[in-house]
Design a protein around this ligand. Sequence first.
Ligand code: 5AD
Ligand code: FES
Length: 353
Amino acid sequence: MTEIINKLFKGSPVSDDELAYIISGEYNDSLLFEKADAVRQKVYGKEVFIRGLVEISSYCKNNCYYCGIRAGNKDAERYRLTSAEIFSCCRNGYELGFRTFVLQGGEDDAFSDDIICSLVSRIKSEFPECAVTLSLGEKSYESFAAYRKAGADRYLLRHETADEAHYRMLHPASMDLSHRKQCLFDLKKLGFQTGAGFMVGSPFQTVRELVSDIRFLEELKPEMIGIGPFIHHSQTPFADRPDGSVSVTLRLLSVLRLMFPEVLLPATTAMGTLSGDGRERALKAGANVVMPNLSPVGVRKKYSLYENKICTGEEAAECLNCLKNRIRVAGYEMSFSRGDHKNYNRGATDVKI
Ligand code: 5AD
Ligand code: FES
C-alpha cells in the first residue's frame, strides 16, 4: 500500500490493479490523505477557492436516470431565472467578495446562445476581474466557441462515467457518451479551463468503472475535476438505490490530487449533504475549492438534483460565513482570488511534483 501511494506521490505510473486497491480501501487510508494534503499544500498552500454558484434553470430536456430535474420528473417544480435576476445574484456575490461566478442549469433551450453570450459579456464587462464558469450541458463546438468569445473562462461538464456500457445504464438511448467526451475535448481546444467528473457510487458502478474514469481523466487532462457521492432522489428510476460512499469519495479525491497535483478539486455539496463534516474531510483529503450557492433562496429547493441538499434555506452571506469558519477550523484559509488553475495560459497541464 505504501509503495503504491509513493508511486502516486512521485507521479510514477500505477497499474489498474494498484488503483483499484487504493480505491477499495482495505488498509489504513490516513497516509493517503496526508500525502494528498502535502501535494495540495505544496501547489496551492492553504488556500481554498470559492465559486459563487447561480442555478439559472431547473428545466432540462434530458432524462438521466439519476437526476431529480430530469425531463421525465413531472412533479419537479421548474423555474428559469431572468437575465436581470442572474445578474443581480452575481452583483450580490461580487459585493460579498466572490471573483468567480458559475452559471449552472439543466439543458434548457430557452437559454439561446445569444442570451448566454450577452449574459456572459455583461458580467465580464461589469466585473472585469472576475472569472465566469458555465455549466449548461452538451453544446455544439460553435456554441462553445461563441461562449468563449463572449468571455467565458471555464466550463464544467462531468463525463458521469467513462465506460460505455455503464453510461448506457445511467442514461436513455438519446444520450451518447462519445458526444459528451467530444464536448470535453472541444472545450479544451477552445482554451476553456475545463472540468470533467463523475458521481461516486452511482448505480451499477464498480471499481473497474472508477479506474476507467481515472484513465479518461489522464487522457483529457482537465483543469477541474468534480466528484461527489451519488444521492438517490425519490422521483427517479434510481429512487431505491443506495447512496454513494463518503469514504470512497475521499480516497478518490486523494488519488486525483496525487495524480493531477494542480487540478482544481471541489469539496462538493453532495459530500456535505451525506456527512455533516463531509466538505471539511474532503479539504483534508486534497480538495481545494468550495462552491457556495448564490441562487435566490426562493428557487433553491427547486434545483433538486438529489434529496436533502444542504444550504437551500440559507442566504449566500450565511453560507459564506459558515464556510469561512469551517475552512478555518479544518486548517485552511478561504481565498477571495479568482482561483485559476496554476498552468492556465501557460500551456503545460501535467507538471508533476
Ligand atoms: N446525486 C449526486 N449527484 C448528482 N448529479 C446529478 N444527479 C445527482 C444525484 N442524484 C450530479 C451529476 C451532474 C452534476 C451537476 O450533479 O454528476 O453532472
Ligand atoms: Fe451553507 Fe453552512 S455552507 S449553511
